[in-house]
Design a protein around this ligand. Structure first.
Ligand SMILES: Cc1ncc(COP(=O)(O)O)c(C=O)c1O
Length: 431
């Protein structure tokens, strides 16, 4: 037996961390949908947290700057914390949108999108066994806490609070916690923190830190505001340091161009916060080489300085996303009025609509009972041809009846068809 065959016959061993990685539920659903599409089925795929670039293209001015940067041979290593002109442009951009956030370029760190910065924040703050508190549903905190061998405390949030965690829900766990990871506007719900709700959490963190000894790690807050330019109507984005300046010592902000500028594939993200933490994240990520490409950095710096172009783009982006969210929301409201067991939460921000299907124990035409949320998800996919992500893919209990509907790939002219397809499928069910 040669070595290769021998190796093939026994299972190849990898690290425990790699072996036990939690598979993404979203990817499982996406694979099922791809399979159906490849078999020629027409599926309304509303599962993807990305944009269809034909419907949502990046700003023209940014595209031109990227091309220009490559033509100017901006192709060597960027600085480990990002090009100074981009860090300055980001600091100015933040100040324009959130006037109370006064950060200079040294407090800003650039990376290839938000993800490395989130992971870098965990790496810089969380030791094995440290407690990380995060709400569920939320996006990917379970994976980052797992990678750190942290102790995850998942706080299941309530629909009546728009799925945002409250200080009272978090308080029982903070005494030994190292990190609280929050996000607003929230993926997957498209809802926001209220001013009062976030203030109460900040006050709790400030009080907890006033109790801790100088030699102890403080309780830090990772605040992911990657969707903050996407808020609708009267809804306003609030952030910790603007509300409570004392939070500046403990808050690491995560942000970037991926969502607000529909530039998920361009890979420019930034974090800002206390200089020591930012420098540690920089040092850690420099070993990963998670830099944003130099040309994209030069281009983003030039683009962000173009205030008129940025304002115009953000305005039309908000309108396009809101139009879709409002279309689906109105459709769900209509279905509810018609007596179907569905509901939706009015969209506040991001690119997601929270919808509910209270269909447990309903019977299908052929007499099958929809016992689990998985059965409902399957029914919606097979009968209504609609792909949605159940909240349990974001950590809630498996029984949760709530779903994320993403509009980044939705065509306005198809919204009515989706609702009608849903209506026909719902009509076939017997309570
Ligand atoms: C809440 C949240 N933060 C961060 C990210 C990742 O952003 P990026 O693509 O810039 O890494 C996502 C992507 O879906 C997200 O939903």
């Amino acid at each position: 037996m040669d070595i290769t065959t021998h190796e093939m016959e026994r299972e190849l061993k990898v690290s425990k961390i790699a072996e036990n990685l939690i598979g993404s539920e979203i990817i499982k659903i996406a694979n099922e949908i791809s399979e159906k599409i490849s078999q020629g089925e027409k599926i309304y795929n509303l599962t993807i947290g990305d944009f269809n670039p034909k419907l949502f293209s990046i700003p023209d001015e940014l595209k031109e700057e990227i091309i220009k940067a490559y033509q100017n041979n901006e192709t060597n290593y960027p600085k480990a914390n990002g090009l100074p002109e981009l860090r300055q442009a980001v600091a100015a951009f933040i100040k324009r949108l959130q006037p109370k956030l006064d950060y200079d370029a040294d407090h800003v760190l650039i990376s290839a999108g938000a993800r490395p910065l989130i992971f870098g924040t965990y790496l810089a703050l969380v030791d094995e066994g440290d407690t990380v508190i995060y709400p569920v549903p939320s996006w990917n905190n379970n994976h980052y806490t797992y990678l750190m061998k942290g102790n995850a405390v998942e706080v299941e949030t309530q629909a009546e609070n728009y799925f945002m965690p409250t200080a009272d829900e978090i308080r029982p766990y903070i005494a030994n916690a190292t990190l609280i990871a929050l996000c607003s506007p929230l993926n997957p719900t498209g809802t926001l923190f209220s001013k009062k709700g976030l203030e109460a959490i900040c006050d709790m963190i400030i009080e907890e830190n006033s109790r801790r000894l100088p030699e102890e790690k403080p309780l830090c807050l990772l605040y992911d505001q990657i969707y903050h330019t996407l808020t609708f109507g009267e809804n306003q984005h609030y952030d910790p340091v603007s509300l409570r300046p004392e939070m500046k010592d403990y808050t690491i902000y995560i942000d970037g161009i991926s969502k607000g500028f529909s530039a998920t594939g361009v890979r420019v993200g930034w974090a800002f916060g206390p200089e020591k933490i930012i420098n540690k994240i920089k040092a850690i990520l420099s070993h990963v080489g998670a830099w944003s490409p130099r040309a994209e950095q030069v281009a983003t710096a030039n683009y962000l300085k173009n205030e008129t172009a940025v304002n115009t783009y953000l305005h039309q982006m908000r309108e396009k996303v809101q139009e879709r969210l409002a279309g689906f929301y109105n459709g769900f409201e209509k279905l509810k009025q018609e007596g179907f067991a569905v509901e939706a939460i009015a969209p506040q921000g991001a690119m997601y609509l929270t919808v509910r299907f209270s269909l447990h124990s309903y019977k299908t035409e052929d007499g099958r009972v929809l016992e689990t949320t998985k059965d409902i998800t399957k029914y919606l996919l097979n009968e209504a041809k609609i792909g949605l992500v159940p909240f349990y893919a974001f950590g809630t209990s498996k029984e949760s009846e709530w779903y994320r509907l993403s509009v980044g790939t939705a065509k306005v002219e198809e919204i009515e068809d989706v609702i009608e397809s849903l209506r026909v499928a719902l009509k076939k069910l017997v309570p």
